[in-house]
Design a protein around this ligand. Structure first.
Ligand SMILES: [Zn+2]
Length: 415
């Protein structure tokens, strides 16, 4: 972890060690900073996470609070590049050489008392203030894969020296601009919910050569739906039915190209598609706009791309909140950036776990054996604190083979 140190002189504990200690805390899914501090046994942290000196919880907070979250961006890029080089990303290809990128905002902190310089503020009529943190998450997803590859998230925060609250739309703009700086040629199709189906956002996507599949709702996009209804009367829409014998699902699609997004942006033309899905007597309905060409050959895949968006909510944010990562848990808020830095490092630990899930047969075997991630993290933590270990690989081999059988295996392991 190489981030510029904000401190002068020669500090006792390197910034790298403080960052890595926080990363290890999230990697081990420690329920709190205090638990991490009390349980740490010097030795394993050094060998498995490469720390030199382990900071106590107070030192970790003090060192990390002034760190600019954007200094952590290269860490996400380094992992992404390694995935690209190792051809692991190819498993995530969606259609025609393009990756599907889901964007979604989430809140992870809210309080009436605890707050920092980065907190969003909501002032209530009775004079109280609610402080909150949100971020815009971005992750490569695939309809057929559980693993997701999160990119550096965009924090939604109050910016230095301003009184104005940030918002998801501004964060989305920053994220797309930065994304194109980091990955100028990555072929992308963005998938988002209906809040994102507005002209300024679609223009940002177009300017940065990012394709899109964005949800639309009749309530929010009345003009568009009225135009589609008019086109239907004129016999210009296409219907297409497709039954899936494997799943027993029946689909009906309705689509039309070159529609105006809304009344104030009639020059912004989008392709419109709708899908009804029957499972026995249950019907679900979805609708999107896209710049991808919609026809009978493509509409099914576009629908799957649009619906895969739930993976960022479900496989990412809900996993972080419910599967042992303690995303909403308070590890300490700090005065400047600590809360954001912790959230970003937690997402980084999640990324590393996802990479293991995607690429590492040993991790996959341990996960299958233990049956759930929650159990996997529990066992991992128990072993980490109970035994002297030499490598992460040794830890996972112990989880898979058991400690009894592991000794002779390590005797011949030369890696
Ligand atoms: Zn705050």
């Amino acid at each position: 972890m190489n981030a510029p140190d904000h401190r002068l002189g020669k500090p006792d504990i390197a910034l790298t060690d403080a960052l890595m200690a926080a990363f290890a805390m999230f990697s081990l899914k420690s329920p709190s900073l205090l638990a991490f501090d009390q349980e740490r046994t010097d030795g394993n942290l050094q060998r498995l996470y490469g720390l030199q000196r382990v900071p106590c919880d107070t030192a970790m907070r003090e060192i990390l609070d002034p760190v600019q979250p954007k200094a952590l961006r290269p860490l996400f890029q380094a992992i992404f590049r390694a995935l690209q080089r190792g051809k692991a990303l190819e498993a995530m290809l969606f259609v025609e050489g393009h990756y599907l990128l889901a964007l979604d905002g989430t809140g992870y902190f809210s309080s009436q008392q605890i707050h920092c310089e980065s907190c969003l503020e909501r002032h209530h009529r009775n004079g109280t203030i609610t402080y909150a943190h949100q971020m815009l998450g971005a992750a490569l997803i695939h309809p057929d894969r559980r693993a997701v590859i999160p990119l550096m998230p965009e924090p939604i925060v109050k910016h230095d020296g301003t009184e104005k609250n940030d918002c998801e739309r501004e964060a989305a703009k920053r994220l797309i601009v930065q994304l194109r700086q980091d990955h100028p040629h990555l072929p992308l199709i963005v998938t988002e919910d209906s809040l994102s189906s507005n002209a300024p956002h679609i223009q940002v996507l177009q300017e940065h050569h990012v394709h899109y599949i964005l949800g639309v709702k009749e309530g929010d996009h009345a003009y568009l739906f009225a135009q589609v209804a008019a086109a239907e009367h004129a016999g210009r829409v296409t219907y297409y039915d497709r039954d899936d014998p494997e799943t027993g699902l029946r689909h009906r699609f309705r689509f039309i190209s070159d529609m105006p997004l809304n009344e104030s942006h009639t020059d912004l033309r989008v392709n419109f598609l709708e899908c009804w899905e029957w499972e026995q007597d249950k019907v679900q309905h979805f609708s999107w706009v896209t710049d991808l060409r919609v026809n009978k050959g493509t509409v099914y895949q576009i629908m799957r791309g649009g619906r895969a968006r739930w993976r960022i909510e479900n496989e990412t944010f809900n996993t972080l909140k419910n599967q042992g990562y303690h995303f909403e848990h308070n590890y300490g808020h700090g005065y400047q950036h600590l809360s954001v830095v912790f959230a970003v490092l937690m997402l980084l630990a999640f990324l590393v776990d996802q990479v293991q899930q995607l690429c590492c047969p040993l991790f996959q075997a341990v996960w299958a054996k233990l049956g759930s991630k929650r159990r996997l993290w529990e066992r991992m933590r128990a072993f980490f604190y109970a035994y002297v270990l030499t490598s992460m690989r040794q830890l996972f081999e112990a989880l898979f083979y058991g400690l009894q059988k592991m000794a002779p295996i390590f005797a011949v392991d030369s890696s």
